[in-house]
Ligand binder design. Structure first.
Ligand code: OGA
Ligand code: MN
Length: 298
């Protein structure tokens, strides 16, 4: 197996891995090491693996975070595939392109803001593993940044300030910003959690833990906190920091949610099918939806 950088700052391609075979410790070690170093790892040519292979491979690195059972449904018909997978497609349950005004579309719009998956989860999220089953002939790239690089570039006085801060994360803030209108139901499904603004990543390097689910700074005036967080996001996403992944069918893209942000970009939604399926894993804990414990407690 070979690991080749895809960008000057982070992100690499892992060549020569076969994810359909029994998962050997050597493969687990190679992926863990590449992820610690590069934070985003692309494995191309995995179009032949089944949803069950995708799930099995993911579980080798941590317990699955199951898709949230929201108080509304993303679509009103049965799912197209295994319940362990998040649907990041633009398709309805029949595999047709979902209507422009569908809940699916509105929810997905939120992914076009830089975010890190499941920072609103009370269990610590680890990685997301997104497999491209059908990709668009043009546009629709997924953009990534490394928030360890963002941390490294902060002036010392900002670093010192950030290290003292706690941030409230919730899912409705990002959806609200993206024009989603069922905010009250979301608030009941996924109550807010608090996270430190600075985390130590798997590499030992510090990272900013920010993105569109990061709503405001605990103990600060709300708008002041939002402006401070937006400034950090702006600093973390200058064009030279972005790796834009141009999808090929069968690409598996793995990212570390603890030290990166990503966003979807637009494409001709009504003209092209895009079928991307995702597993998300936690660092530890039982396999459950992000909101399960929270709803029971609410
Ligand atoms: C995701 C996500 C981006 C995309 O699946 O978590 O943000 O380009 N996807 O679909
Ligand atoms: Mn995402």
């Amino acid at each position: 197996m070979d690991v080749r950088p895809l960008h000057p700052l982070f992100a690499a391609e892992l060549i020569g891995a076969d994810l359909t075979r029994p998962i050997e410790p050597a493969l687990v070690d190679t992926v863990e090491e590449a992820m610690a170093r590069y934070a985003v790892v692309v494995v191309r040519g995995q179009g032949h693996i089944s949803d069950q292979d995708h799930i099995r491979f993911s579980r080798a690195f941590g317990p699955l975070e199951l898709p949230p059972n929201l108080m509304f449904k993303r679509s009103d018909t049965p799912r197209r595939f295994a319940p362990e997978l998040y649907d990041a497609s633009n398709l309805d349950a029949h595999g047709n392109i979902a209507a422009a005004d569908s809940l699916n579309r509105k929810y997905s719009k939120g992914n076009e803001l830089f975010h890190t998956d499941s920072s609103f989860n009370s269990l610590p999220t680890k990685w997301s593993l997104l497999l491209g089953h059908i990709v668009t002939p043009e546009k629709g790239e997924t953009e990534f940044v490394d928030t360890r690089v963002a941390w490294d570039r902060l002036p010392d006085e900002m670093k010192a300030k950030c290290e003292t801060l706690t941030v409230q994360h919730n899912v409705w803030r990002s959806r609200e910003r993206a024009g989603f209108d069922n905010i009250e139901a979301l608030k009941k499904s996924l109550p807010a959690v608090e996270q430190p603004l600075v985390r130590v990543s798997a590499s030992g390097r510090k990272a900013l833990y920010i993105g569109s689910h990061a709503d405001h700074i605990v103990g600060w005036d709300i708008e002041e906190g939002r402006a401070f967080l937006q400034d950090l996001v702006d600093r973390a996403t200058t064009p030279d920091m972005v790796y834009a992944h141009k999808w090929q069918q069968g690409d598996l893209v793995i990212w570390d949610n603890r030290c990166t942000m990503h966003r979807a970009t637009t494409f001709d939604y009504l003209a092209h099918k895009r079928d991307l399926r995702r597993t998300t894993i936690n660092e530890y804990g039982e396999e459950r939806a992000a909101n399960e414990g929270l709803v029971a407690a609410a």
